[in-house]
Design a protein around this ligand. Sequence first.
Ligand code: G1P
Length: 288
Amino acid sequence: MTVKKAVIPAAGLGTRFLPVTKSMPKEMLPIIDVPVIHHVVQEALASGIDDIIIITGRSKRAIEDYFDDSPELEMHLAKKHNSDLLDMVREISSLIDIHYIRQKEPLGLGDAVLRAEKHICDDPFAVLLGDDIIKNNTPCTRQLIDIYNRYRCSVLAVENVPEEMVSSYGIINGRPLEDMLYLLEDIVEKPKVEDAPSTLGAIGRYVFTPEIFDHLKRTPRGVGGEIQLTDGIRSLKNSQNVYAYEFRGRRYDTGDRMGYIEAIIDFALDQDELQDDLRAYMRQVLER
Ligand code: G1P
C-alpha cells in the first residue's frame, strides 16, 4: 500500500500575517495570482496523491470556494469567449476531489491531523502544511513517499534552520543512516536554542503510518496549550522507527513576511512575461 491520501491542515488563525488574515485565510494569500494552497495541492497531486482532506476552521470558506465550480464566472467568461481564462478556472475545480473537515476549536496541529482519522482509516498518509511552498523537480512529498515505500515507516522532511529560528520549529535529534536520512531519536517542539538537540527543523511535510492517530489521542496539551504534532511523533518513535529526511528543494515559508516576499520574487522571475520587467525594476530600486 503506497501513500494516496493527504491531509492539509488549514485551520490556523494566521496571527503572523495580521491584519489581512482577519478576514482572509492565510492559505489564500496570493503568490502573484495563485494562492499558496493551490501550490500545496499541486505538490500533493504531483506526488501521486489522489485524495485530499483539508482541515478548515471558521472564516476559511474562501478555500472551499476556490476549489469549487464557479458557474456565474464560467458563464460570464463563456459569453465573452474568453476560453483561456475559462479553461484555467475550470481546471482548478477539476484538479481533484477535496474533502473538508472543520476543526471546531483551535487546539493545535496535532488535533487538526487527528480530525482526519475517520477519513484516513488504516492507510499511510501525507501531511502538507498550508504555509510552505517547496520548489523542486521531484516534489518534497514524493521524496518522502519514496522513503516510506522503502522502509514502511513514518518520515518527516527537515532542513537546517538558522539558530535564531530554532525556537519556531520542531527540532530533531537524528542518527545519520545514509545520505540525508536520519533515524529520529528525539524531536522537541520550539526549543530555546540552548536546549535544542540540533538545528534540523521539521518543515511541514510528513508521511505517517496510521498508528500516529493512537499516539495523538494520548498526547496531552503541550507548548502553547495546544496538542502538538511534534509530541505525537515523539511518542510514535518509541513504538516504531521514524525517519527524518533532509529533502531536496527550495522552501518558502509563506507564513513569514520575508518568506512570502521571496516567494513572490522568485515565482515572478520564473515567468517569461514578468522576468525582464522585474529584473529591470529591481536594478532601478537597488540604485536608489
Ligand atoms: C508547526 C509545527 C512545527 C514545525 C512547523 C513547520 O509549527 O508545530 O513542529 O516545525 O510547523 O513550519 P507552526 O509553524 O504551525 O507554529
